[in-house]
Every structure is written in C-alpha cells, then in structure tokens.
Design a protein around this ligand. Sequence first.
Ligand code: S3P
Length: 447
Amino acid sequence: MTSHSAQQMVPLTARRNGPLSGRLRVPGDKSISQRALILGALAVGKTSISGLLEGEDVINTSKTMAALGAKVERVGEGAWEIFGVGVGGFRQPATALYFGNSGTGCRLVMGAVAGCPITATFDGDASLRTRPMLRILDPVAQMGARAVSMAEGGRLPLTLAGARDPIPIVYRTPVASAQIKSAVLLAGLAAPGATTVIESEASRDHTELMLRHFGAEVRSEPDGPHGRRITLHGQPELAAASVVVPADPSSAAFPMVAALIVPGSDVILTGVMTNPLRSGLITTLREMGARIETLAERGDAGEPMADFRVRGSELRGVEVPPTRAPSMIDEYPVLAVAAACAQGTTVMRGLKELRVKESDRLVGTADMLRANGVDVEISGDDLIVHGKGGIPGGGTVAPHMDHRMAMSALVMGTAAARPVTVDDATPIATSFPGFADLMRGLGADLS
Ligand code: S3P
C-alpha cells in the first residue's frame, strides 16, 4: 500500500497591514469539482472540466476515479478530461482508495461504489480516520451493500462490498447532509426504479443539478417548511458533459471577511458561485451591516454566479438561526472572526454538525478566538461571540489538520492588534492552494 507520511508542519503568521484592495478569483468550487470527477467517471464518453479545483482533496478523488477504471487526464491548468465507465461499471481497484482529508470525496465515492458489484477499501489521513462513516454505511446497507470490515465505530479504514443488484430505497437523512444525500443518490444510479432521499433541511443540491446536467431524471420538491424530497430515476444513461466550475464561495469567504474587518478595504471577488443553498454567509454578513455589493450575475451549467464588491464595514452582532446552518456549514469559523470584530453579541445556533467536520470546529473556533483575547462561549450546540469591535490577537492557533480553521485564524490576524500565528498552514492546500499568495496580492502581511 502507498504510504502517506505526515507532511512537515509549516507555521504562518498574519499581521495587520493597512487596507486590502484589488480584484481576485478564488479557486474552483470543491463540492462541484468532486462531483464533476465522479459523474464524469460514471458517464459514457468524454467529460471536459474547466476551472477544476486542483487542491489535494480533489486530486485524491481523481486518483480514485482512475483506480476504479476511468481514464482521467489533466490537459491544462484546471482543465481535465474524464473518459467514464458508465453507470455500475466501476472495476475492482487493485489497491486501497485513499481520500486524504476529504470527507466529501470518501463518502460520495462510497455511495457510487455501493451500487457496483466490486469490493473496495477506503482510507484517509488521521483526520478522516476519526470521522463517522456509519451515516453512509447505514443507507447503502439497505440498498444491498455490505461493510466487510471497518475500524471501531464505523471509521476508516473500511472495506465495502457493493451490491450486485442494488435496491432502490426511500431514505430520510438523520442530519441535513449533502454528503449523505449524494451517497444515496449515487448508489441509486445503478438501482432499478426510483431512489428517494428526504431531508428536513435542504442541503446543497449540486449532485441533483449535475446529475440532470449529465442526463439523469431527478425530481426535487419541497417537503415540510425547510425540507426537500429528491427522487432519482435509476439506471439512466449518463452522457458525458462539459462542466465549468465556478469559484468556491466557501473559499471566497476568507478574503471576503478579511476585506470587511480591515478598515478601508475595497476588494472585488469574481465568478463566485451563488447557489442559494450555499449563500448563508453572505445573508448573515449583510444582516451584520456588511457592505457587500452584488455586481455581474450570470449562470453556467445550472449553477449561478456573480462578482462581489466588498468594503471595510462596521459590523454588529446578530442571531443566526439553526435553519440557516446547512447553507453556511463550512463558514462558521470565519463568521465567528467577523463576529469578534463586530459590536455586540452574535449567537450562532444549532452547530452540532461542526463537531464532526475536518476537526471539531465548534471547540476549535472557540479556542481560536479565546487564544486571541475574544470573549466567547459554547452553550450546548450554540456558539456565542461577544464582539467588542476588534480583536486583541497575539495568539498561536493549532488548526488540527483543518484547512478552514487555519485560514480563519490567518484572516483574524489581518485585522487583530497583535499578530496571529497558525502552527501549521499546510492543510490549506486541501481546498485553497495559493491562499497566502492571493491574500498577499490584496496587501495582507502573511509570513
Ligand atoms: C459537502 C457537504 C458538507 C460540507 C462539505 C462539503 C459536499 O458536508 O461540510 O465541506 O460537497 O457535499 P455535509 O454534507 O456532511 O454537511
């Protein structure tokens, strides 16, 4: 088996350095990049992708698609071509599938493998090995797949035997998770008849939109006040398609919040995906008084996008309802940084899922703020930040192999009175290669 030795830790420090300005495009959306590779591998013919995020998570998924029989080629910067194997056509991989840090890659591929008559071993880095996989194994077992072996508590490494004749199911997700929903839909591709997923809070719908883009029949209807019922017609002919990946709003969140909290800043972020199921952060920041202006709006391959002008703003504390969590689930750490710079208290409710991300982000966010002199508390699953209009800083943050924690801490350092250090910035490469250079290009002092 390949060895995936731990990289050397590389500390990075952010220091306050005057207003940020300029125009930038952050890398391609991670969720869409992952799905484009997986659906391209399950389609017949040549799928061309442009703007693919070339971060470690996505590169790992591309390797697993090749191991499962697809032909995967990088033909230029962010330009990739996939020759797929067709629905149900994955071949038995010769070695374990390694997903690095990526829960999305691992869980979505688990779903896709569950619908094929092959056995595959799934593994990842120390962070991914701690993350719960029963949330995928439970529904795919109902569809006929079987976990042959797994680490304690349903963790990686685990070996999954896919279903020879997958059974279509109706599945109600226990938590609002696009990863669970997507895994069930991907397993359902190979099942005859209708596979239905019901979620009580709508999660990001990139899988549904892209399945349609590749020719599958997917129906989505409201279910209850905030939920959705999604039905896929099984055994479609997935036809290769071209996919243009918009800029990732979860990556744009970092320069966006930095521009808001560094006084006098004026930054334009271009081509950012504006799918409403990913837009909770912008809604919340605007409620806090953020000066975020939507410029050119457009759309591509079923996903809307826009440019945003972001200016240094006086923010105030707000209450963020739990129903908004799925649409900004990855953005709470950096929102908490904005909240610390605001005047007044921000209450972020219903954050249980943050505990099972790349690290425990509920505890990690509170620790990060506290280490930098911010008054913060956790109450049950809620995070409460008492904003005093600025951050003392001076702390060192351990991101615990979590890219978004590392970037949030560095954003904090761009506005804090004293420097903020992360003890290891290497995890940033999983989702946002070039982060430090792009921030420096805006005038941030990162060294
Ligand atoms: C993702 C879904 C979210 C999110 C993750 C990406 C996806 O996870 O946190 O970064 O691409 O489907 P959950 O669906 O588990 O909430």
